[in-house]
Ligand binder design. Structure first.
Ligand SMILES: [Fe+2]
Ligand SMILES: [Fe+2]
Length: 325
C-alpha cells in the first residue's frame, strides 16, 4: 500500500526470512480475508448511494491542476465528471487485462487445484465486482468525450502488445503492481479530500481496501516468478514495464476529455503530461511500484534501470531526484 514515503526500501519483510513457508502463510491469510469480506458492492448498504449532479473531484486533484486554467463552475463540473469517467473506463480495461493474465496463469503455469490458482480465481471474482461497480458509475455520469486513443496505432499497440506481454509472468505481475499502485494513490487523495463527491469517496475507500490484498498478492507472486523466469521476461521487466506503466499513467485521462469544455484535446493532454505537478504525482505513485520491486529483490539499488529512473524520478540508487546528500 502506498504511504507517500520517499524512502524506497522498507527493510526485511517476513518473506525475506523463509520465502517458501511465509509465502504459503501469507497466501492463506489473503484467501481467508477475501472469503470473509466477499460481498457484492452493488447491493452493499455503504455503496448504495448515487453520484451528485455537480463537480465530482476538487479542481486541485484534477489532471489539469497546475495549468492555470480559467473555467466556469459548470465547465469544472463537466471536466471533473468526464475525467472521473475516463479513469473508470481505464480501470475496467485494466481489470479485464488482469483477468486475462490470471486466466493465462491458470491455463499454462499453475496447478489448477493449487492455492495460487485458488487465489487467482478469488481475485478475478473481486475484479469482476469492482468493474461492475465502475460501470454503474460511468452510466450515472454518461460521459460524452470522444475516445481519441481508441483508434489507429494506439489501438494496435494496446491490443497486440498487451496480449504478448501478459504471457511473461514477472512482467505481468509488475504491471499488476503498476495498475494497482497508481489508482491506489489517486483514490487515496480523492477519498480523503472533503471536496470529493461522497458516493465516489465511498467507492474509492471500498476499492482501496480490496486492492490492498491484490497488491500483497502481486508482490508475493512477483518474488516467486522472478526466481525462475526467462531472460526475455527479466529484460521486459527492466526496460519495457516502466514504459508501459508510463503509458498507463498518460492515458488515464484521454485527450477527448478536455474537448468537452472547449479546450484543444491533444494540446491540453500534452501540457498535462509535461506539467511539473502532474509529473510529481506520477513519480510519487510509481515510486511505490519501484519500492515493491526493490523489496522483492527484483531490482537492485545502485543498478536501477534508466527507464525506471525516468518513470519514478529517481537516481540509480532509487533516491528521488533532488534528494541527494
Ligand atoms: Fe479492482
Ligand atoms: Fe486488483
Amino acid at each position: 500500500m502506498s504511504d507517500g514515503s520517499t524512502h524506497l526500501q522498507n527493510g526485511p519483510t517476513p518473506t525475506n526470512l523463509d520465502p517458501g513457508r511465509s509465502s504459503a502463510r501469507r497466501l492463506s491469510q489473503l484467501l481467508r480475508v477475501s472469503e470473509k469480506r466477499a460481498k457484492d458492492p452493488l447491493s452493499a448498504p455503504e455503496l448504495s448511494g448515487q453520484l451528485g449532479a455537480g463537480q465530482l473531484i476538487p479542481t486541485e486533484l484534477m489532471s489539469t491542476a497546475g495549468l492555470g486554467l480559467c473555467l466556469s463552475d459548470e465547465q469544472w463540473a463537466t471536466l471533473s465528471r468526464e475525467e472521473v469517467a475516463s479513469i473508470l473506463v481505464a480501470g475496467i480495461r485494466f481489470e479485464a487485462v488482469l483477468t486475462a493474465g490470471f486466466g493465462i496463469e491458470i491455463a499454462n503455469r499453475l496447478d489448477p487445484a493449487g492455492a495460487h490458482a485458488d487465489y487467482a480465481l478469488v481475485e478475478i471474482g473481486e475484479e469482476s465486482r469492482h468493474s461492475r461497480l465502475f460501470a454503474d458509475l460511468i452510466r450515472q455520469i454518461g460521459p460524452r468525450a470522444p475516445q481519441r486513443l481508441d483508434r489507429g496505432v494506439f489501438k494496435l499497440i494496446d491490443r497486440f502488445g498487451t496480449a504478448l506481454i501478459i504471457q511473461l509472468p514477472a512482467t505481468f505481475h509488475a504491471l499488476v503492481l503498476g495498475g494497482e499502485e497508481i489508482p491506489d494513490l489517486l483514490q487515496h487523495l480523492a477519498s480523503e479530500h472533503p471536496g470529493t463527491d461522497p458516493h465516489l469517496a465511498a467507492v474509492n475507500r471500498y476499492h482501496r481496501m480490496e486492492e490492498a490484498r491484490h497488491l500483497s498478492y502481486a508482490r508475493l507472486r512477483l518474488r516467486e516468478t522472478w526466481a525462475t523466469t526467462s531472460r526475455i521476461d527479466r529484460w521486459a521487466l527492466r526496460h519495457l514495464v516502466p514504459v508501459v506503466i508510463g503509458g498507463m499513467w498518460d492515458t488515464l485521462v484521454q485527450p477527448g476529455v478536455y474537448e468537452t469544455v472547449g479546450l484543444p484535446g491533444w494540446r491540453t493532454w500534452n501540457r498535462v503530461r509535461r506539467c511539473p505537478e502532474r509529473e510529481a504525482l506520477r513519480h510519487r505513485a510509481c515510486q511505490a511500484v519501484l519500492r515493491s520491486l526493490i523489496d522483492a529483490e527484483v531490482l537492485v539499488q545502485g543498478r536501477i534501470p534508466r527507464a525506471w529512473r525516468a518513470l519514478c524520478g529517481v537516481d540509480r540508487h532509487g533516491r528521488p531526484d533532488g534528494d541527494h546528500e
